[in-house]
Design a protein around this ligand. Structure first.
Ligand SMILES: Cc1cc2nc3c(=O)[nH]c(=O)nc-3n(C[C@H](O)[C@H](O)[C@H](O)COP(=O)(O)OP(=O)(O)OC[C@H]3O[C@@H](n4cnc5c(N)ncnc54)[C@H](O)[C@@H]3O)c2cc1C
Length: 478
């Protein structure tokens, strides 16, 4: 046994945020991360005057827990808010078209036909359905009509979640909209009531990053007193030993072992599945069946004078049936000006996902050429780029396809037979950084109430064990 109450496998945002919340409650926690750096998918790179994000570039927040973390982690001063007046665009019929955010603009928008606008206005009269496991497409067509699905919801689901609305489960991907229908019988009615009652901040999300990019959040969490992060620790096996979980990892050819009452697995689903094979075959199978899609991210730096468009927005998503073979483009230096050298613009394009999984296999030259040929007619770009960086994720995002909540419920019921074992990663309850931090908070609360007396901070209660452990670790590293 060691001095640690909770071991977390995986130092991405899911693992680190859980560790942070546990540490706030005085619970001793270690994070074992296979990579040399923490952050998982999230990593900020600064080179040639450009600052780019390998995965999450923005945090869209309406939850108090995230505000609390940012404040307590000392990140309030480096928070960089997006300019709220920026427009949003969608590429529709091969043209950049502004997405209306207010009712008068919506009625005047060329995005939808008159009958689609009428259909939208009558949403309030459509009866509530109790079908739990319908797809995003079925749900949106039923409530808002086909055109809204094609031009607003499909670009969002395929562009930001790399998913397919025809296969994605509505209550997993659009949980707040489904909840509005369930509670109020109508999305319009629910939004109006929430607005009048000023409930939560559902209508007023804040979008931001940090002055040093998203890695600043990662480092702040990793450096928190009470969180012990060990990088280079590739976990290879698990064993249940009475009330303890015995975990073995390999670091530079040396084996390390730890026994803990609580184990949190924050790795991608296939890794968790492999590690749990000998512990619970059914649980392992449920995890192995979760699908992931590849995503490539192409960052392009270009002199601003070569772009013949005001770039007065956050970027654009791409609606169905367009010839572009990428899913969206963020105007990063419009969102956060310090991301590009002055007089230059940073454009970040997302490729792959369910729509175009084959993109990940293309060479850098092919990806760059096709993105430029897609952007040139939209922005009137003349001349060439002065900076290119491409990040690839073989397993970019998990897909909440099929009867996904039913799968998660089965996973939960298997976990009940394995006390002290917890899962927290982006294949459950939302892929966004916001939901990852929120789920970390919920899990830390659950662990805190289930810790037995004496397990909360074993470090304080068993200094001799800590001294022994440190001596062993020192000898292994010397
Ligand atoms: C291209 C892209 C853009 C995105 N943009 C946004 C955005 O703008 N806003 C937003 O909110 N979200 C965004 N997301 C989603 C968000 O970034 C991810 O869902 C989130 O970062 C995943 O975090 P995680 O900790 O669950 O998983 P991961 O980041 O995958 O972390 C898992 C960790 O487990 C470690 N690990 C694996 N095996 C082992 C082992 N055997 N032993 C020890 N450690 C192990 C890995 O090394 C990794 O560090 C984006 C995602 C992608 C891919």
């Amino acid at each position: 046994m060691t001095e640690t109450s909770v071991l977390i496998i995986g130092g991405g945002i899911s693992g680190l945020s859980t560790a942070w919340w546990l540490a706030q409650q005085g619970i001793s926690v270690e994070v074992w991360e296979a990579d040399d750096l923490p952050g998982g998918k999230i990593r900020t790179t600064s080179e040639a005057g450009y600052t780019t994000e390998r995965a999450a570039g923005l945090l869209v927040n309406f939850r108090n827990e995230i505000d609390q973390m940012i404040q307590q982690a000392g990140l309030s001063y480096s928070k960089r808010l997006r300019d709220e007046t920026l427009n949003r665009y969608v590429v529709h019929n091969s043209e950049l078209t502004q997405v209306p955010m207010l009712m008068p603009a919506l009625l005047a928008s060329p995005l939808w036909s008159l009958s689609a606008k009428f259909r939208l206005m009558t949403e309030i009269m459509i009866p509530r359905s109790h079908q739990e496991d319908e797809t995003v497409s079925a749900f949106i067509k039923r409530r808002l009509g086909r055109e809204i699905l094609d031009t607003a919801i499909d670009p969002f689901v395929s562009g930001t979640l790399a998913s397919d609305p025809d296969l994605a489960e509505a209550r997993s991907v659009l949980p707040r909209l489904k909840a509005l229908e369930k509670r109020y019988g109508s999305l319009t009615m629910g939004m109006l009531i929430n607005r009048v009652l000023k409930r939560r901040r559902a209508n007023k999300a804040e979008t931001f990053s940090f002055s040093g990019g998203m890695s600043e959040l990662i480092h702040a969490l990793a450096d928190t007193p009470g969180v012990t992060l060990r990088c280079g620790m590739q976990v290879e096996s698990l064993m249940k030993n009475q009330d303890y979980w015995q975990v073995t990892a390999c670091n530079a050819g040396i084996q390390h072992q730890i026994s803990v009452p609580h184990l949190v697995m924050s790795t991608p689903a296939d890794i968790a599945s492999g590690l749990l094979k000998t512990i619970d075959e059914s649980l392992s199978r449920l995890l192995s069946e979760i699908e992931y899609v590849p995503i490539a991210v192409l960052h392009l730096g270009i002199e601003s004078s070569r772009i013949n468009h005001p770039l007065d927005g956050t970027g654009f998503l791409v609606s169905r049936n367009n010839r572009l073979n990428f899913n969206g483009n963020l105007w990063m230096s419009r969102l956060f000006p310090e991301r590009a050298p002055s007089q230059n613009t940073l454009l970040t394009t997302y490729l792959g996902g369910v729509r175009h999984p084959e993109q990940i296999d293309k060479s850098d030259e092919q990806l760059t050429a096709q993105v430029l040929s897609g952007l040139k007619p939209l922005f009137g770009i003349n001349g060439s780029e002065n900076y290119i960086r491409i990040d690839r994720h073989e397993k970019g995002l998990p897909l909440y396809h099929g009867q996904y909540q039913a799968r998660l419920e089965k996973i939960e019921s298997r976990l009940k037979r394995l006390p002290g074992l917890h899962l927290n990663a982006n294949y459950q309850n939302g892929v966004s950084v916001r939901e990852r931090i929120f789920q970390g908070h919920r899990l830390a609360q659950t662990i805190a109430v289930t810790l037995k007396p004496g397990e909360r901070d074993l470090r304080q209660e068993q200094p001799f064990v800590l001294a022994h452990y440190q001596a062993v670790m020192n000898s292994e590293h010397s």
